[in-house]
Design a protein around this ligand. Structure first.
Ligand SMILES: Cc1cc2nc3c(=O)[nH]c(=O)nc-3n(C[C@H](O)[C@H](O)[C@H](O)COP(=O)(O)OP(=O)(O)OC[C@H]3O[C@@H](n4cnc5c(N)ncnc54)[C@H](O)[C@@H]3O)c2cc1C
Length: 286
């Protein structure tokens, strides 16, 4: 049973910010509610007031502009993203990551912005957004700021957001031309589950070189991009040597824990196996 909590459903940003200012830390934003309601039920989070943002028109945008990028508004559901041809064709790594989140019933309600605001280390959209170098657009009565997603997460279930701020949208710039991107997610079951480890990677050619980007879920307190592994891959050597160097550095930089989904040792093993597998696929394609 949930404790008694007030609920409101503003139609405008102005009304929303009035409520957030009035209730401060005691207000919680609700998008799809698939994380929030579970956290409230389990007493992980407390709230006096829930403010549902689903009716606010300015947050509904899912828009792609050639040469610029993709805007994903705060109330855009995972299902809408999955049904978008432009996301599937231009941002395949993001599309693939979204596809792995829960089942279709969940995707009908849950949002991508909710996935990152919840700031779980296991958030499946986060590694893809990290390697796509997405920007988080934050709004409050005080104004607007845009931060790289790499600076958004500060710890387990923690972000830079202040209680009176919301994420208005995520901006995903145009990815490198002719890139190849994938998200590999290891789960306990061949069905819906949080990741034991997830790896997002992309590769592209620049000059004569193959460049890569790598980011992970469920291996550290926050979703993690490992630039050191990307740089190690660039150093001279055969493709096999480059891959092995990146794999070893990725394994050094993660700090996995043991929990119900897997031991720290198993996670470390998976980081190596999945990184190697992904990099082999990347160099075959680009
Ligand atoms: C059965 C089940 C299976 C799941 N499977 C997966 C999975 O495979 N992979 C995965 O990554 N996750 C999974 N999840 C977690 C969850 O569904 C996702 O994180 C989802 O994307 C959250 O989106 P939401 O819109 O429901 O967020 P909500 O629950 O509405 O919000 C989540 C948090 O973000 C805050 N918030 C939401 N929107 C904003 C905003 N615009 N500005 C500021 N704060 C905001 C809320 O206050 C809350 O703290 C699962 C959950 C369930 C219940």
């Amino acid at each position: 049973m949930l404790p008694k909590i007030e609920y409101s459903c503003p139609q405008t940003l102005e009304e929303l910010f009035e409520i957030l200012e009035k209730y401060k830390e005691q207000a919680k934003v609700l998008a799809g509610g698939t994380d929030l309601l579970v956290s409230l039920r389990d007493r992980i989070e407390k709230a006096r007031h829930i403010v549902d943002i689903k009716k606010i028109k300015e947050l509904e945008k899912l828009e792609y502009r050639e040469g610029e990028g993709l805007v994903i508004g705060a109330t855009v559901t995972l299902r809408k993203i999955l049904e978008s041809r432009v996301v599937k064709e231009r941002y395949p790594v993001l599309w693939e990551a979204v596809r792995t989140i829960g089942d279709m019933i969940l995707k009908n309600r849950a949002t991508l912005v909710g996935n990152i605001c919840n700031a779980s280390p296991a958030a499946d959209s986060a590694p893809a957004l990290l390697i796509l170098e997405a920007k988080v657009r934050i709004l409050s009565r005080e104004g607007f700021r845009e931060v790289p997603i790499e600076n958004f997460f500060t710890g387990v279930k923690k972000t830079i957001l202040k209680p009176w701020e919301i994420v208005k949208e995520v901006f995903v710039p145009e990815p490198p031309r002719n890139h190849f991107g994938r998200y590999l997610k290891m789960m306990r079951v061949m069905s819906e589950d949080l990741s034991v480890v997830g790896v997002a990677g992309l590769g592209y050619r620049e000059g004569g070189d193959v460049k890569i980007r790598l980011a992970y879920s469920s291996v550290a307190p926050t979703p993690l991009r490992i630039r050191e592994a990307e740089e190690a891959f660039l150093k001279p050597g055969t493709i096999e040597e480059k891959i092995e160097r990146a794999v070893q550095i990725a394994a050094e930089k993660v700090s996995p824990i043991s929990d119900v989904r897997g031991s720290a040792e198993y996670r470390l093993h998976l980081v190596k196996v999945l990184t190697r597998r992904l990099l082999k696929q990347i160099v075959e394609v680009v």
